[in-house]
Every structure is written in structure tokens, then in C-alpha cells.
Design a binder for this molecule. Structure first.
Ligand code: TYM
Length: 334
């Protein structure tokens, strides 16, 4: 708790072009939770270097992501928006937690298996220990809830396991976090292969809607979206392409799948695709305009970066000092 509010932590990588999946699965929910919780929204640049990055590009993307958080509607006076690399406690706690995590646990992580297959020439220790850094992110702030898309659930499970293990040895040090999965949008699928999630690292640009895509591109990508030959708009597992389009539409409009099925009763796939494309473009265009406007205000963004890093450091160091004391590191002399 901070004051009388529960704590929320979440983060996003500044790697690649963010997709509609990132927005509907995470960012959109973040905005709606800022009143209820004391929120920490991190740009997790330390996670990004588990894959080789161009330094100039990483720096630019990290800033663009922080700007996007604000453009999406998060009030930086209420929520703490900051870079992971500006708060050294993340890396320090991660080291400690590494010593409370088993190789076997990390070996089971599906994201590690996927990423090491993709980057076979660079299977580094950081990639392997990635979920431990994520556990450190969350546990440093004593977070009660962590809003994420479905693909991060396994990492949250391991976070809880590590925290419980630590608490069992040293007493109640960490709050055990709960995942928060939005009602819609938790698993937005590829437009070209609805069997796999929409991902910023997909090689086929038509598979993903990028948050900075213009209206024409969005419409074109939805028109090309892979569906099926059933020729009926029904919300069911056997029609994953149509189901994904309905999910996206629901997530943008707040409608339920039943309502959407009724709305498109007797209509064709083309009409559904056009409607979804327009709704997505209507959602993303104002976001893009706000990003463009905010990016011009360098002093404003710089101020947020500075103030929020200090705020995050304060809370993170409080937990880190407690952990260091518990495990037997010598206390600091004041
Ligand atoms: P990242 O950067 O891959 O994704 C950021 C958020 O977007 C969600 N997401 C999706 N949701 C629905 N459908 C999709 N197709 C889709 N693709 C991505 C992700 O679930 C995530 O919520 N390891 C994390 C970042 C992280 C983090 C943390 C998150 C680091 N530390 C602590 C929460 C708490 C990651 O790589 O997310």
C-alpha cells in the first residue's frame, strides 16, 4: 500500500514497433487503472538488451514509449512513468533474486524457448534470467496487481513463486502480486496467422497493426487479414481469424462478442473487416496526434523523466534496503 492505495506495476519493452496487441492487451487497461491504484509504469530498457540493440535506436524508442504512455492518457502526476535503467535497484534486486531462482524453473519458460530459437547466435545469460529481472521490477514496488496480456502470465507465476520462497525464509518481505487480465484484448492474434499472437517481432508486417500505422495501412492490413471459408460471422474457436477480428472490435468499442455477432448478422467478412479497420484507425489516429504534439515539448517530457525517476527510486530503495538487511548485507552507516 502507498497511502491508502494498492500498488500496481507494469512495464513494456521499447523494442520494435509497438502493436495493437500491446495497446489493447496492456496500455489501454493501464489508463483505466490509474485512479484506483498507485501506479508504476516502467519503460523496461534493461529487458531490451537481452537482444542486441542499436544504442541510438534504443534511446529514441525508449523516449517514444514513455511519450506514448502519456499520449494514451496516463497522467504523469498520478502515475509514475520512468525508465528501468534510471533506478539501479532493479538490477540489484534481480541479482539477489537470481540466487533464489532455480535453473530448472527458468528452463521451462516458453518465452525463453521461443526467443532462443529466434536468436540462436545470442542465447545470453540475460535472456535466460529475464523473468528474474521482471520479478525484481514487480516486487520492488510491493505491487498488488500487474496488468498484462496473456503471454506474460507464466512470468507472473514465477514472480509469485520467487516471492513466496523468499518470504518463507525471511518473513513477510514481499507482497505477492496478482495478475490483472482485461476482459477483452488479452490475446490479440496475428492477422496473417490467427493461431499465434500479434507480435512486434513478426517478420511479416501485414501480421501486425503498428500503433503508428496510418489509416490506409490499417485498412489494407485488415482487408488482407486471414479468415476462413465458413462465410458466417460467429464467435467460436473453430474460426480464429473471425474471432480475433471480433475481439479487436469489442476491445475498441466496449461491445460484447454477442452484440457484434448480432450487428453483423447476414453481413459478409468484407463488411466486418472494414468496420474493424475503421474503428482501429479511429482509436489510433488521436493517439498518434497526441504523440506528435507531446514529442515537441522536450522540457515537459524531460521534467517527467527526472521527477518520476526520483519517485521510483525512493520506493524501490525502501524495499531493496529491507531485502539487503534480511539477507545479511551490512547496514549503511548514516
Ligand atoms: P512486452 O513489451 O512484450 O509487451 C507489453 C505488454 O503488451 C502485452 N501484449 C499483448 N497483449 C495482448 N495481445 C498481444 N498480442 C500482446 N502482445 C503483447 C504483454 O502481455 C505486455 O503486458 N516482459 C514484459 C515487460 C515487463 C513487465 C515487467 C511487464 C518487464 N517487466 C513487469 C509487467 C511487469 C514484456 O516483454 O512485455
Amino acid at each position: 500500500m502507498i497511502g491508502d492505495q494498492k500498488v500496481l506495476f507494469s512495464g513494456m519493452q521499447a523494442t520494435g514497433n509497438l502493436t495493437l496487441g500491446n495497446y489493447l492487451g496492456a496500455l489501454k487497461n493501464w489508463v483505466s487503472l490509474t485512479d484506483e491504484y498507485q501506479c508504476f509504469y516502467c519503460v523496461v530498457d534493461e529487458h531490451s538488451i537481452t537482444v542486441r540493440q542499436d544504442p541510438a535506436v534504443l534511446r529514441k524508442r525508449a523516449r517514444a514509449l514513455l511519450t506514448l504512455y502519456i499520449a494514451a492518457g496516463i497522467d504523469p502526476e498520478k502515475a509514475c512513468l520512468y525508465y528501468q535503467s534510471h533506478v539501479s535497484a532493479h538490477a540489484e534486486l534481480a541479482w539477489i533474486l537470481n540466487c533464489f531462482t532455480y535453473m530448472g524453473e527458468m528452463n521451462r519458460m516458453t518465452q525463453f524457448k521461443d526467443k532462443s530459437a529466434k536468436h540462436a547466435d545470442n542465447i545470453n545469460v540475460g535472456l535466460f534470467a529475464y523473468p528474474v529481472l521482471m520479478a525484481a521490477d514487480i516486487l520492488l514496488y510491493q505491487a498488488d496487481i500487474v496488468p498484462v496480456g496473456n503471454d506474460q502470465l507464466q512470468h507472473l507465476e514465477i514472480t509469485r513463486d520467487i516471492a513466496e520462497r523468499f518470504n518463507n525464509i525471511y518473513g513477510d518481505v514481499f507482497t505477492i502480486p496478482e495478475p490483472y487480465i482485461g476482459k477483452t484484448g488479452a490475446r490479440i492474434m496475428s492477422l496473417q496467422d490467427p493461431g499465434k499472437k500479434m507480435s512486434k517481432s513478426d517478420e511479416n508486417p501485414n501480421a501486425s497493426i503498428y500503433l503508428m500505422d496510418d489509416r490506409d495501412t490499417i485498412m489494407r492490413k485488415f482487408k488482407r487479414a486471414v479468415t476462413d471459408s465458413e462465410a458466417q460471422i460467429v464467435y467460436r474457436e473453430e474460426q480464429p481469424g473471425i474471432r480475433n477480428l471480433i475481439d479487436i472490435y469489442c476491445s475498441c468499442t466496449g461491445k460484447t462478442p454477442d452484440e457484434v455477432v448480432r450487428e453483423f448478422d447476414g453481413k459478409g467478412y468484407g463488411e466486418l473487416k472494414t468496420a474493424v479497420g475503421e474503428t482501429v484507425a479511429d482509436t489510433l489516429t488521436p493517439l498518434q496526434e497526441r504523440v506528435a504534439a507531446l514529442s515537441k515539448d522536450k522540457a515537459y517530457i524531460d521534467g517527467i523523466i527526472k521527477n518520476n525517476a526520483e519517485k521510483a527510486q525512493y520506493f524501490a530503495n525502501k524495499t531493496l534496503r529491507k531485502v539487503q538487511h534480511k539477507i545479511g548485507f551490512p547496514d549503511r552507516i548514516r
